[in-house]
Write a protein that binds this ligand. Sequence first.
Ligand code: HEM
Ligand code: HEM
Length: 177
Amino acid sequence: MSSYSRATDRYTKPAIFFHWAIFLLVALAYLAIEIRGPRGSDSRIFWTGVHFWAGTLVLGLSVLRLLWRLWAGAPAEIENNRLLAFLARAAHLALYVFIFAQPLLGMLMVNAGGRPVSLAWTNISFTLIGADSIARPLLRDAHELLGNVFYWVIGLHALAAIAHHVIFKDRALKRMI
Ligand code: HEM
Ligand code: HEM
C-alpha cells in the first residue's frame, strides 16, 4: 500500500519528526538569546554560537519539512467550526513563514553588519549579502519584531493544541505525537 493516504488520521513519521525537532531548535534559539549574558563575555560568545547553530538548523530542516509536506500531504482537518478552521490554517501558514523568515533575517542582519555567518566549533561560514549599513538596522528590527510576535503565536498555537486534548478531547494532539 502506498504511504500516501489521506484516510489515515495521523501525520507521517517524518512530519512528526520535523515538527518537534524544529520546535526544540526554535526553543533553543530563544533560550540562547535570553541567557547569553553581557557583551564581550565568554557566555555571550558561547550562546551566540548556539543561537546561530539552532537557527541555521531550523532553516535547513524547514526546507526538508516543506518538501515532505508537499510530497506526503497532511491528514484531514479536525476543526468543523469554520472560524476555528480559519484560525488554525492562518496560524499554521504563519508558523511556516516564520521558520523560514526568522533564520534568514538573522543571517542577512549578520552579513549586513559586514561579517559572514560563522557556525561555531566548525570552519563553516557563509555570506549571502555584502555589508549594508542602511539595511542592517531594518533587518535587526524585523528579526526582533518577528521574534517577539512569535512568542505569542507559538504560545497560542500550543494552547490550542492542549485545549483540543483537554477540553475537546479529540485526536488533534495525539496525531502529531
Ligand atoms: C528560528 C530561529 C531564530 C529565532 C527564533 C531567533 C530569535 C531571536 C530573538 C528573539 C532575538 C532577540 C532580539 C531582541 O529582542 O534584541 C534574536 C537576536 C539575534 N539573532 Fe536571532 N533568531 C533566530 C535565528 C537567527 C539566525 C539564524 C541568526 C544568524 C545566523 C540570528 C542572529 C541573531 C543576532 C546576531 C541577534 C542579536 C541582535 C542584537 O542583539 O543586536 N538569529 N534572535
Ligand atoms: C516553534 C514552535 C512550533 C512551530 C513552528 C509549529 C508549527 C506547526 C505547523 C506549521 C503545523 C502545521 C503542520 C502541517 O500541516 O504541515 C503544526 C501543527 C501542529 N502543532 Fe505545532 N508548532 C510549534 C509548536 C507546537 C507545540 C509546542 C505544540 C503542542 C503543545 C504543537 C502542536 C501541534 C499540533 C497538535 C499540530 C497538528 C494540528 C492539526 O492537525 O490541525 N506545536 N505546528
